[in-house]
Design a protein around this ligand. Structure first.
Ligand SMILES: Cc1ncc(COP(=O)(O)O)c(C=O)c1O
Length: 389
């Protein structure tokens, strides 16, 4: 039976094998596993790609978020951690790490609902909360998540942040290479926190992450925090981490970076095919077409980390696709505000009903940079068949 996987890392590796193997061989030869030359080379390459002044290579996307927040607490408040009275606004419809990073920084997450069309944070709700006395007094920053590879509304978020003097930590874990109008995602906030988890558009051979920023002082602080908080080994000023990226991961990522635009274009091609095949099916909602949102966008406004559809008959559709040999995934079945870890540690602003409904209805279909046309055709055909087409 035909099997269509969600992820095909073996095929991707074969495509880039020469470059990756050569990079690994260089590491074996020099044996500089910690802060080897590939770290700085990768940081510089990503900084140039994003047009930012600094990139700091770190151990994971989660740590990129935590480190960003810790550095901001030190820089803006003069304290090692935020306190529970400091609030950070984010979306409940994301991976746990986004909210968990806020808790680990000492602050309180404030969850506001999403825009049901894009699944990204509803900026109107952010404005509403900030016009309340509590919001005005307590909010220190915003973490927009560019979910599935699609930008949150960075115009509105930038404007709100400027009006209220808030920091913005972009969670760019799912959107490496995506653009919002003229800027690459991750370059628009105070910091951008990237994940290179193996399944991401740019994936390492293990855990790795990166922080992008245009603020030199933040970059300097981050470089201290990833090395146990010290200016050097024995002059330690801050509560730090062993938060650096391994040389080996930087070597792999540097080799793969050359392919990222080509790979994102490959994802976009699959997405365009699905959208062409699946439009006009009653009860089936497709991702918002990128050009509907940012007609003036340069580059790729959606890098389709996931191609996510929604339908009230999600579970039945998923069961049918599984029977047909087609993998699919639900990102995310449980919004953060319904997880035990956030109980008593969060604020929920208003109803979060769009996030809750999305959690019941979304389904991500296979989308890969090198996905075979016949596989995309098979997936689209089976989805249509489920809906009686
Ligand atoms: C939206 C989002 N934020 C944060 C993370 C955390 O990244 P990592 O797994 O590299 O720690 C991920 C991915 O895993 C993610 O999808």
């Amino acid at each position: 039976m035909n099997q269509v996987p969600m992820l095909d890392l073996c095929t991707e590796y074969q495509y880039m094998k020469q470059d990756i193997d050569a990079a690994l061989q260089r590491c074996l030869a020099h044996q500089k596993w910690i802060f080897g030359p590939e770290i700085e080379a990768f940081e510089k390459a990503v900084a140039a790609y994003l047009s930012v002044s600094d990139c700091v290579a770190v151990s994971s996307g989660t740590e990129a978020l935590v480190l960003s927040l810790r550095a901001l607490a030190i820089e803006r408040k003069g304290t090692e951690y935020f306190t529970g009275d400091d609030e950070i606004i984010t979306t409940p419809f994301t991976f746990t790490a986004t909210g968990d990073a806020i808790l680990r920084s000492g602050a309180t997450p404030v969850f506001v609902d999403i825009d049901p069309r894009t699944y990204n944070i509803d900026t109107g709700r952010i404005r509403d909360y900030l016009s309340s006395p509590q919001g005005k007094a307590r909010v220190a920053g915003i973490i927009p998540v560019h979910l599935y590879g699609q930008p949150a509304d960075m115009d509105a978020i930038g404007q709100i942040a400027a009006e209220h003097d808030l920091f913005v930590v972009e969670d760019v874990a799912q959107a490496f290479g995506a653009t919002w109008k003229t800027g690459k995602l991750g370059s628009l906030g105070t910091t951008g926190a990237f994940s290179f988890f193996p399944s991401k558009n740019l994936g390492s051979f293990g855990d790795a992450g990166m922080i992008a920023t245009n603020e030199k002082n933040l970059a300097a602080l981050l470089r201290m925090l990833i090395k146990h908080g010290g200016r050097d080994k024995y002059n330690v000023d801050h509560i730090g981490y062993n938060g650096r990226m391994d040389t080996l991961q930087a070597a792999v990522l540097l080799a793969k970076l050359r392919y990222i635009d080509e790979f994102n274009a490959g994802r976009e091609r699959v997405a365009a095919f699905y959208t062409k095949e699946l439009s006009d099916i009653e009860g089936l909602f497709l991702p918002v077409r990128p050009d509907e949102r940012t007609a003036d966008a340069a580059g790729m406004p959606h890098v389709f980390h996931q191609y996510t559809i929604r339908t009230a008959s999600r579970d039945a559709l998923q069961a049918y696709l599984t029977e047909e040999g087609i993998s699919s995934m639900v990102y995310y079945p449980v919004p953060l505000h319904n997880m035990a870890v956030f109980k008593g540690r969060m604020q929920c602003y208003g109803t979060l009903s769009h996030a809750e409904q999305a959690a019941q209805e979304v389904l991500s279909l296979p989308v890969g940079p090198l996905q075979r046309e016949e596989d995309s055709f098979f997936v689209a055909q089976r989805v249509k068949r489920f809906f009686g087409r």
